[in-house]
Ligand binder design. Sequence first.
Ligand code: MG
Length: 256
Amino acid sequence: MKIARFEYKDQLAYGIYDEDAQEYIRLLGDPLYTGFETTDERVPAAEARLLAPVIPRSKVVAFGRNYSEHAKEMGNEVPGEPLMFLKPNTSIIGPGHAIVLPPQSQQVEHEAELAVVIGSVARNVLAADAEQVVFGYTVANDVTARDLQKSDGQWSRAKGFDSFCPLGPYIETEFDPTKGAIGAQVNGKVRQVGDLDQMERSIGDLIAYASSVFTLLPGDILLTGTPAGVGPLEDGDEVTCAVEGIGALRNPVVAA
Ligand code: MG
């Protein structure tokens, strides 16, 4: 089931995407908190303006260097323990919304990632039980100011600018995260190519690790690392991150 969050007739709404009809079956409320109760209303996809499928009330938890080929291209090794950091929820934007290049950076790069949407309160979850706390999966772009990431020594600024976490287009609630193509294109040219089966640590391991540190709440997002091929974004570009079976997340890039 593909769940969308969108604006329709100046209202925030949620719907289940009916791909054949190109319509959303409107839901009664936010399915993360109120379940999947449907209404009789159908919204034509063309009249809905997609938004980020979720804005976490709490946090975006991200993992670095979870694909060895990407770690290698950056001159790094896969770390002995997961490399975890946070992005502010204010960095989230939806499909079609602009990634804004901040004046503080000369080198902003795309990172296509599988995003996990947490569905229930999770603390000290075992990797084997992690599936139980997952609501679904979507696509993310862990936009990064590479120069600031290197110069700052820690990553809050480099990863935290407004618009540096595009999410969408949908949450897929039935998805096998152990395999499937993941990649990024800029202006239609292929940049990143990978497969989810190249992850060094499984989704279960990442949820177990994060939930051993802090409590995960419904709506929290986990970014699971990026495959090789990251590269620069320039004013006027269009970047597309995609995961097979979920969809494509397209964003224009503009200078501040
Ligand atoms: Mg990343």
